[in-house]
Design a binder for this molecule. Structure first.
Ligand SMILES: Nc1ncnc2c1ncn2[C@@H]1O[C@H](COP(=O)(O)OP(=O)(O)O)[C@@H](O)[C@H]1O
Ligand SMILES: [Mg+2]
Length: 227
């Protein structure tokens, strides 16, 4: 698939296949077209050419097939945690309180479900935002730099939390990140984008049970590639 804004060729023949259950990370420099790619997959933007297929059917220009977690939490300050987590269902007309409560419980949020977002830390707000994306029927989740605004300790905690949740709530995830460490820690596959225009430079398969040496080698290769 390719995309240009006027004369600005942003994505060029980006060809990517994601298998069900995979955690795929996309790394690329700022302005390389990562969010544009997500907007196209999310159906918010139509590509200049090419196809976007989900289970074999085109989803170009169609929203509602994937759940999207934006970079900033954008929670509604006048709604409780529970009401925020239910927002996606409300928009789609598929409110299911029992399901929301079950998810809140699984994620350890029962004690704060009636709190207002303003009383929570940045990390907690980000978790609520993730839960909101999780609380829709879409199998595919798009996470646009979900941890970039967090301090390092919160970020490490949250990566582990995300891993644990995905063990019980299985999803296919496409995540944008700037962090090589984060990519190695979380993903099954790492996609490196080359910019201006963005093409896929390299795809790495990472093994979650990688030895210390092979993950160090991967770290060095990625660093070299992204320089
Ligand atoms: N709606 C738009 N109209 C015109 N140009 C855009 C629009 N959205 C993004 N761009 C341009 O596309 C390029 C890629 O942007 P973006 O996808 O946001 O990059 P990234 O998320 O990798 O930082 C940039 O040059 C940006 O200026
Ligand atoms: Mg972006």
């Amino acid at each position: 698939m390719s995309h240009q804004f006027g004369d600005n060729q942003v994505l060029q023949k980006v060809n990517l296949e994601v298998c069900e259950g995979d955690f795929v990370t996309i790394i690329g420099s700022s302005g390389s077209g990562k969010s544009t790619l997500f907007n196209i997959i999310g159906g918010l933007l139509e590509p200049s050419s090419g196809e976007v297929l989900l289970n074999g059917g085109s989803i170009i220009g169609k929203t509602g097939h994937v759940s999207y977690m934006p970079q900033t939490p954008s929670l509604m300050p006048w709604r409780t945690v529970m009401e925020n987590v239910e927002l996606g269902q409300e928009i789609r007309g598929t409110v299911n309180h029992a399901r929301t409560l079950e998810l809140i419980d699984k994620c350890g949020f029962t004690a704060i479900k009636d709190d207002m977002p303003g009383t929570l830390s940045g990390g907690m707000r980000q978790r609520v935002s993730f839960l909101r994306a999780l609380n829709t029927s879409g199998q595919l989740m798009l996470l646009d730099e979900p941890f970039s605004a967090l301090d390092e300790i919160t970020r490490i905690d949250m990566q582990q939390w995300l891993k644990d949740i995905l063990k019980v709530e299985k999803r296919t995830v496409l995540m944008i990140t700037h962090s090589i460490e984060e990519a190695i820690k979380l993903s099954d596959k790492i996609v490196v984008l080359e910019d201006k225009p963005a093409t896929i430079k390299k795809i790495y398969k990472t093994l979650q049970e990688m030895t210390a040496e092979s993950s160090q080698k991967l770290r060095e290769e990625l660093l070299e590639l992204l320089r």
